[in-house]
Design a protein around this ligand. Structure first.
Ligand code: PMP
Length: 427
């Protein structure tokens, strides 16, 4: 049993010693002391079904024994920087990762986070093209450092940041967007931006196939091929941000972009790559990768032996346990269950997403699509009380984000849907 500090004691210390910007879920935040596969346990030993751990990094399941064993073994042998010497862990994982990517995407740069990966991707695109302008999509989240905060396109996450050549194009939002699900119409705005907002050439275009922070918004079909075409015609590189949608999460494909029939020039990843261990990566072609030889480039801890060992072990688990298939089967089933709740509850405006990356948008008026910002908080609290944790997001904060570890079962899906049904009935 747990004998450490209580939730109240931790909260007290956080208020004293940690940044006032830190936030937590729930009125009485949970003190989570242990994780096991799709479950989390609080200080009293109470078990919760984790419907949101996937987004926070865990694809194989919390403390998956294979991943833990690999980490412990490596930690006993060597924990060091990536630079200076040779070590097999980084090379082996890079090889395994490259085998999961299509085309010429074979060169890997490791980082410590998604932000770092996207910063590097933007720099590579700018160096390769000699052009500073980058296009990202409204409602996107790409990180919180100087460049990526510029690329992020939601005021909630932007401080007094210098945009530095980043232009935001129309969001191909299938629920609220003016063109519905007609992706090609939205992509016309990429061309307009190039024509009227730049010199006619751009460095790159960055997009999530399914916007995560933005509320599980899957880009309208037909959008990415048309946008890529316009960007490439203007000399730019296409960057796929797979920080959330990568590593089998969407079920139908290993990477989110694959559902759109495109091959990017640069792919960035983080979160699920390390199953809870801080790790990120940028993958590109040998030709594009050459630009980093123009100067000295290194990252002290990016791809260190401990983290790449964890990443490699996690990738093996995804394959061994056929978690992509599971994400597809269980995710499709859960989406059906959630869609049937939409028939029962007027407050559900939209159910969307793919695999185990699902969103449920709550609105107080289906016609006006008025965001149900306070109602969603009540439902979340209620679901927590019956033992189910899910997240929320979207610009208005009114979208449930359901992104469990990929080992989620059909029974778990039923429990989650039943908990949502019960909580909505209590509204
Ligand atoms: N890209 C996407 C799509 C993300 O969701 C996030 C994090 N929410 C990031 C980049 C940034 O990753 P990190 O927090 O690891 O810097």
């Amino acid at each position: 049993p747990y004998s450490g500090p209580s939730a109240a004691q931790i909260l007290h210390k956080r208020r004293q010693f940690l940044s006032p910007s830190m936030f937590h879920l729930y009125n009485n935040p949970l003190n989570i002391v242990e994780g096991k596969m799709q479950y989390l346990f609080d200080e009293s030993g109470r078990r919760y079904l984790d419907g949101f751990g996937g987004i926070a990094t865990v694809n194989c399941g919390h403390c998956h024994p294979d991943v833990v064993a690999a980490i412990v073994d490596q930690a006993k042998r060597l924990q060091h920087s990536t630079i200076l010497y040779l070590n097999h862990a980084i090379a082996d994982f890079a090889e395994a990762l490259a085998s999961k990517l299509p085309g010429d995407l074979k060169v890997v740069f490791f980082t410590n986070s998604g932000t770092e990966a996207n910063e590097l991707a933007m720099m590579i695109a700018r160096l390769y093209t000699g052009c500073h302008d980058v296009i990202s999509i409204r409602n996107a989240y790409h990180g919180n450092a100087a460049g990526t905060m510029g690329a992020t396109a939601q005021s909630n996450w932007k401080f007094n940041v210098i945009q530095s050549g980043v232009h935001h194009t129309m969001n191909p939002d299938q629920y609220r967007g003016v063109f519905g699900s007609d992706g090609e119409k939205y992509a016309k705005d990429v061309q307009d931006l190039i024509d009227f907002g730049t010199c006619g050439r751009v460095g790159g275009f960055m997009a999530e196939a399914v916007q995560g922070v933005g509320g599980i918004m899957e880009l309208a079909p037909g959008y990415l091929p048309a946008a890529y075409k316009a960007v490439r015609k203007a000399g730019g590189l296409c960057i796929a941000d797979e920080v959330q949608s990568g590593f089998a999460r969407t079920g139908s494909h290993f990477w989110g972009f694959e559902a759109h029939g495109v091959i990017p020039d640069i792919v960035t990843m983080a979160k699920g790559i390390g199953n809870g261990i801080p790790l990120g990566a940028v993958v590109t072609t040998p030709e594009i990768a050459q630009v980093l030889t123009h100067r000295s480039y290194f990252n002290t801890f990016g791809g260190n032996p401990l983290c790449t060992t964890a990443g490699h072990a996690a990738l093996k688990v995804l394959e061994k346990e056929k978690l992509q298939e599971n994400a597809f089967v269980v995710g499709s089933y859960l989406k059906e269950r959630l869609t049937s709740l939409k028939e029962k509850y007027e407050i559900i405006g939209d159910v969307r997403g793919r695999g185990l990356m699902l969103g449920v948008e709550l609105v107080t008026d289906r016609h006006l699509k008025t965001p149900a910002k306070t109602e969603i908080l009540h439902v979340m609290e209620q679901m927590k009380d019956v033992g189910v944790l899910i997240g929320k997001g979207g610009f208005y904060g009114n979208v449930f984000r359901i992104t469990p570890p990929l080992c989620f079962t059909k029974e778990d899906a039923d429990f989650l849907a039943d908990a949502m049904d019960y909580s909505l009935s209590k509204m």
